[in-house]
Design a protein around this ligand. Structure first.
Ligand code: SIN
Length: 553
């Protein structure tokens, strides 16, 4: 076993992790570890841009009220205010790192996206904002000579006397390393791979939430998983994001008869909130026997499409689609987890020594449904706040600052006598109506197919109960892991269970969570569901407790 030590270990290399590392570096010794290459992760795939009250006709208060409206009653007011007020300073930081935001005339170009009352989205390279931000931050990390360990997978957090004191890693050859640290920052991103169809890259397997839950940190809002309404629907290819900014530029969604069907659904049509649009598309597709709806942007013409959306344009053309001449088929796909590890407004979690920021965290800013282009913003605002907090020394989290009035829950233990993991038998192909897929052949495929069918955009109690039982049984009978892929499967299972159990508990519809058996929202549910640790940590009793890998509740 190799051993390392550092003041601070940052896990993850997207906008949140790199911002935390850069801010903390001036006063502490920081190491970044990341499971893929430094540049890999959700950040570089972000297309639309970064929202900020930057222009004179906008204000943090207006940005706050748009975000709160989308969040459907569950945004944390303190965190939300901080995010909107600190946005302009963080844009200034990005400029200082050399991010070339697109210009229009003497100022920045500004995009409009759904549910924003003014155009406030700054973008770079047209639709390559995330890639430009990621490259600039990676350059800054190299300039600051922050040591980075790529292709290092975190297997466990090490907990001693109720506080996180380090972590264990496996490198790509399976060699273990133990890193001791005064503080661990989880900034490991999202969990879109828990669903069969997702805009997220393959690295997004929910590793941070799963490790934090096993270690005893509080996890909240897991039932709120956002489905992006428009991913390219091409059989045999992974869903590719068609940015909301395309609809902001005037694209229409049409049914198979060429009808602008959203006019019957919502006054804002293509710019209605994402959850409304995604469900309307699913309903439309069902009513036209599974034929996809199409996105028509032909009126913008090829020159404008190529200059405003070069990345999407190139992707479509590589697949033989000319979107300047013909509408393209689109479908909703899992996109973003509003839930995660509960933090205060400095990224401190319920476990001393453990911090979280970015998509892995639940600051409460997004409530039940994230407003478009607020994710890069949340990542940088709270990443910098974590870095600032660390450079002032480790403090206990401020519980008064987090998700007040929550319902407390734990993952239910597995009932005896449930079947074990038999993918072929447990997963019937009818789970995906109309599909020609054969029964799942791997645990990962089984999890993803099950969640898509039963825990997806439209849920109900009976489907959720069935999914909960299957997932619990699979987790209880997990084989011994033989490599990183097995460890990722275990993480996906843990995240899938948290999403499913929370969705089952929340007997209402709100934001991204829609229950066909409880289609209305209820004032009684204007609160968060917080998962407590499987077994409550007892610092006095656990003189030197290290969380063992794959422990089940
Ligand atoms: C998009 O470009 O539509 C994605 C932006 C986001 O998810 O905020």
């Amino acid at each position: 076993m190799n051993r390392l030590s550092a003041d601070v270990v940052v896990v993850g290399s997207g906008i949140a992790g790199l911002s935390a590392a850069l801010r903390a570096k001036s006063e502490t010794q920081v190491v970044i570890v990341t499971k893929g290459k430094l540049e890999e992760g959700n950040t570089r795939y972000a297309q639309g841009g970064i929202a900020a009250a930057w222009f004179p006709d906008d204000s943090p208060t207006l940005h706050e009220s748009d975000t709160s409206e989308a969040g459907d009653g569950l945004c944390d007011p303190a965190a939300l205010r901080i995010m909107c007020e600190e946005a302009a300073s963080r844009i200034a930081d990005l400029l200082s790192y050399g991010v070339p935001f697109d210009q229009e005339g003497p100022g920045f170009a500004r995009g409009l996206e759904a549910a924003h009352s003014v155009a406030r989205i700054l973008h770079a390279g047209g639709d390559s904002t995330g890639a430009f931000i990621e490259s600039a931050l990676v350059r800054a990390v190299h300039d600051a000579t922050i040591p980075c360990r790529e292709r290092s997978f975190v297997t466990d957090l090490i907990v001693s006397k109720g506080r996180v004191v380090g972590l264990r890693l496996l490198d790509e050859d399976g060699a273990p390393t133990e890193v001791s640290a005064n503080a661990v920052v989880l900034a490991s991103g999202g969990a879109g791979q828990v669903f069969l169809h997702t805009t997220n890259p393959t690295v997004a397997t929910g590793d941070g939430v799963a490790a934090a839950h096993r270690a005893g940190a509080e996890i909240a809002d897991m039932e709120f998983f956002q489905f992006h309404p428009t991913a390219l629907a091409m059989p045999g290819t992974a869903p590719f994001l068609i940015s909301e900014a395309v609809r902001g530029e005037g694209a229409f969604l049409l049914d198979r008869d060429g009808r602008h069907f959203l006019l019957d659904v919502h006054p804002q049509a293509e710019l209605a909130p994402r959850d409304v649009l995604a469900r309307a598309i699913v309903a439309q597709v069902a009513s036209q026997d599974g034929e996809p709806v199409v996105l028509d942007v032909t009126h913008l013409g090829s020159t404008r499409l190529r200059s405003r959306f070069p990345r999407i344009d190139a992707h479509c053309r590589a697949l033989g689609l000319d979107w300047a001449r013909e509408p393209i088929p689109v479908t909703p796909a899992a996109h973003y987890s509003m839930g995660g590890i509960v933090t205060d407004t400095f990224g401190r979690t319920s476990l001393r020594g453990l911090y979280a920021c970015g998509e892995v965290a639940c600051t409460g800013v997004h409530g039940a449904n994230r407003l478009a282009s607020n994710s890069l913003l949340e990542g940088i605002v709270f990443g910098v706040r974590v870095g600032a907090s660390l450079s002032k020394g480790d403090k206990a989290w401020d519980k008064s600052d987090t998700l007040v009035g929550s319902l407390r829950a734990t993952l239910p233990p597995v009932a005896p006598g449930l079947p074990g993991f038999e993918t072929g038998a447990l997963l019937d192909p009818a789970l995906e109506p109309g599909s020609e897929r054969s029964p799942a052949t791997s645990l990962r495929e089984a999890i993803r197919t099950l969640t898509w069918a039963k825990v997806g955009l439209i849920r109900d109690g009976s489907g959720l109960s069935e999914a909960a039982a299957r997932l619990a049984a699979w987790e209880a009978t997990l084989p011994e892991p033989t490599g990183i892929s097995d460890l990722e499967d275990a993480n996906l299972l843990r995240v899938a269970r948290l999403v499913t159990e929370a969705a089952l508990l929340r007997e209402e519809s709100r934001g991204a969570h829609f229950r066909s058996d409880f289609p209305m929202s209820s004032p009684a549910w204007e609160r968060h569901i917080v998962f407590e640790p499987p077994t409550a940590p007892n610092p006095a009793a656990s003189a030197d407790k290290t969380e063992s890998r794959l422990a089940v509740p």
